[in-house]
Write a protein that binds this ligand. Sequence first.
Ligand code: Z5A
Length: 206
Amino acid sequence: MRGLFLTFEGPEGAGKTTQLVRLQARLEAAGHTLTVTREPGGTPLGTRVREVVLDPALEMEALPEFLLYSASRAQLVQDVVRPALARGETVLCDRYADSSLAYQGAGRGLPLSLLQTITQAATGGLQPDLTILLDLDPAVGLARAAARGQPDRLERADLGFHQRVRQGFLLLAQQEPPRFLVLDASKTPDELAGEIWNALPTVLTR
Ligand code: Z5A
């Protein structure tokens, strides 16, 4: 049987990585075999793409930015995600295609039809079984991210961009409610980890 594909999405500093690591620990303790990965990244190509797209010294238009994320995604799906799912493993992925729809679509203004066509080609239509959307005021998330050090290229974008991204994520969740679990990421890490763990059986057996 194919494994489950779970993704974490949300604006900067929403706590995706924190919650992914916590869920990983609980699932492993419960005996699940996991593959844990992230976007951009997760493959040698993805790691190189990550360096490029986050480099604050680089100027980049919206279309090449999207194509770089898509190149990383195509390689990740082919080399990591599909093989792991075929082995029956649960895959946890820190960001996936919804990030392109929110950042390059709602944020940068690229047309949805273009994003969907290229994403379909990059992923072969692979959709997550569950997407955990950690929703947070971008001002709070950016402050959390800033406390860690120098902002990357995306974090440097203005607040209006990050607000459009947040609304883009919320719209996606409204359009496809069964796939999304939307959580208030201003809660504590412990509260959020508990909500995710408690929701899993219900969401995954729907
Ligand atoms: N991007 C894109 O534009 N298009 C795409 O298709 C894809 C991505 C796939 C990836 O950078 C960038 O690429 C990202 C989107 C864009 N934009 N930026 N910048 P990344 O992977 O380096 O960044 P990120 O995904 O936004 O991760 P992040 O900034 O590390 O945030 P996070 O994973 O959501 O949060 P965290 O690392 O778990 O926590 C951040 C801090 O907050 C940390 O100090 C925690 O201790 C703290 N934290 C966590 N949870 C809480 C709670 N609940 N309360 C208080 N403090 C908390």
